[in-house]
Write a protein that binds this ligand. Structure first.
Ligand code: ME8
Length: 516
């Protein structure tokens, strides 16, 4: 099995400031990328910004600046977000970069050489907000006669010369591909939606525009620019050095293991993209995961409602690792989710401060006080000791299995089962009583707990890198002993190792003082 793992986020439109939805998708990828690195994989994690098309051109015009200056400015906001959220991407693609224009024009040429593109003219509906073409049958007509796409976006009538991609010819091959790769689209419910869309019949797709200029020129026909989705999807191979495919990163990392997307853009990734790739003689990716949609206190998040959640504000209010934890714990990954202030506080105080934080804090401070500030020396283990240790040692299998199907919440639930078991063990063993009655047994109990916490902190690193590192620091686990190779009894804590002074890692949420 290859130990390479290539995963990508959507590249975000630079029409607007980043919000919680963008942070969510990249966070999920970041956690997976970190997890895979800890698990011994060589990871390539790509994100970026989608800078061409009518929507961005219009936003630039509305801001009164030229599109290039506009995209430079807004794209920077996404890089700043990545910094704030502690994202660990290896590369950031902008579709206005030369390397990307080269890749986009090259895939176009391959499609032309293979007879997959022809010139005709398009007349039909287009939604600038979605950058998507719609058929009459997909639209809803309002009382005032305005037509809207299923996404709610307004559509406009477009008539222009256009190149077309022979998508209709790919229906059978796509269906065969889905059948041969049952896990290509996850979750399963989303897969069924795609299958029924494709079996309903595919039409050739308009892949160039002539009525505006902000895009990649079609090779050999400057009157056209490439359709922004063909341009944008190609970023996933730009990131691995396409058109160089025989050597280098493309040979090493393609096909991608995972394209993570929101459910709104599944069709582009699960239908158009594999068709483009197969038609260009390239392999399709291994998986597209379409996650669900966040609302804010039950309401759709939108600029016009004024309820956009700014990730920077969340991090300032609750703390970075708290927000990272909440987003992936609150909602079974794949489902829609609601951001509620109180739910965030409940998890921050309950699961982080009380369950995990308290466990680490009381064990480490009892050890500091009663074991000369060093890893205690255990005596022989009882059944209860073995039960807890084995639960900690066995955790990686459950967590790995969950991560392999992007079940972030299931992985966290499994980790919390052991946290709760450890807290139960503290209560049952009462090491504070043993301190007075049986020092040797107390040392064993604190050792079992410290070793359990080492495992918990190794496994929470991908989700909460800073907090987990602080716990591992307090257990004096060397920085080069924090990968999953070091899980298990063979790498157990060395009795007698000096421990630094303990400190709390997960504060409780404090309501801000009301201004008088
Ligand atoms: O679609 N809840 O970019 P985009 C959850 N440029 N996720 C959300 C969300 C919400 N409320 N709002 C946004 C594009 N997202 C194209 C992609 S890829 C080749 C081109 C996330 O800026 C989610 O991942 O509109 C969604 O798919 C993505 O942002 C859309 O970002």
């Amino acid at each position: 099995m290859s130990n390479r793992y290539y995963l990508t986020t959507p590249i975000y439109y630079v029409n607007d400031a980043p919000h919680i939805g963008h942070a969510y998708t990249t966070l999920a990828c970041d956690v997976l990328a970190r997890f895979k690195r800890l698990d011994g994989f060589i990871v390539k994690f790509l994100t970026g910004t989608d800078e061409h098309g009518q929507k961005v051109e219009k936003s630039a015009a509305a801001a009164g600046i030229d599109p290039k200056a506009f995209t430079d400015k807004v794209s920077q906001n996404f890089r700043d977000l990545a910094e704030t959220m502690n994202f660990s991407h290896d590369d950031f693609v902008r579709t206005t970069e030369d390397r990307h224009k080269l890749a986009a024009q090259e895939i176009w040429k391959r499609l032309v050489e293979r007879g997959e593109i022809y010139l005709d003219s398009y007349s039909g509906w287009y939604a600038v907000r979605d950058e998507a073409f719609y058929t009459e049958g997909e639209l809803t007509t309002g009382p005032d006669g305005t037509k809207t796409a299923p996404s709610g976006a307004e559509v406009e009538w477009v008539e222009e010369p256009s190149y077309f991609f022979r998508l209709s010819a790919w229906q059978d091959r796509l269906e065969k591909f889905y059948e041969d790769h049952p896990d290509f689209i996850l979750p399963k419910t989303r897969r069924n939606e795609v299958l029924s869309f494709v079996s309903g019949g595919l039409q050739d797709l308009s892949v160039s525009r002539t009525t505006f200029k902000w895009g990649v020129p079609v090779p050999g026909d400057d009157a056209h620019i490439m359709y922004v989705w063909l341009d944008a999807l190609t970023n996933y191979i730009t990131g691995v050095g396409f058109p160089e495919i025989e050597t280098g990163e493309f040979a090493e990392f393609w096909p991608a293991n995972l394209h993570m997307v929101g459910k709104d853009i599944l069709r582009f990734h699960a239908v158009y993209w594999p068709a483009f790739l197969m038609a260009a003689g390239l392999e399709p990716p291994k998986r597209v995961f379409a996650h669900g949609w966040w609302t804010n206190e039950g309401e759709k998040i939108s600029k016009s409602l004024g309820n956009v959640i700014d990730p920077l504000e969340l991090v300032e209010t609750f703390g970075l690792d708290q927000v990272r934890y909440f987003l992936l714990r609150e909602v079974p990954f794949g489902n829609d989710g609601d951001f509620a202030h109180q739910a965030m506080i409940n998890r921050m105080n309950g699961e982080l401060a009380n369950d995990y934080g308290n466990l680490a804090q009381r064990v480490l401070s009892m050890t500091a006080k009663n074991c000369d500030g060093a890893v205690p020396k255990p005596g022989s283990f009882t059944g209860a000791d073995d039960a807890l240790l084995n639960a900690a040692y066995g955790l990686i299998d459950t967590v790995r299995e969950a991560m392999d199907v992007q079940a972030f919440h299931t992985a966290l639930e499994a980790i919390w089962t052991v946290i709760r078991a450890a807290n139960g063990y503290v209560d049952a063993q009462a090491p504070w009583k043993l301190a007075k009655e049986d020092q040797e047994r107390m040392a064993t109990v604190l050792y079992v707990l410290a070793e359990t916490i080492r495992h918990l902190a190794l496994l929470t690193q991908a989700y909460m890198p800073d907090a987990s590192a602080r716990i591992l620091d307090q257990l004096a686990v060397p920085e080069d002993a924090r990968t999953f190779e070091f899980l298990g009894a063979n790498h157990a804590l060395e009795p007698g190792t000096a421990l630094p002074k303990p400190e709390g890692v997960f504060p409780r949420y404090q309501e801000p003082e009301k201004e008088a």
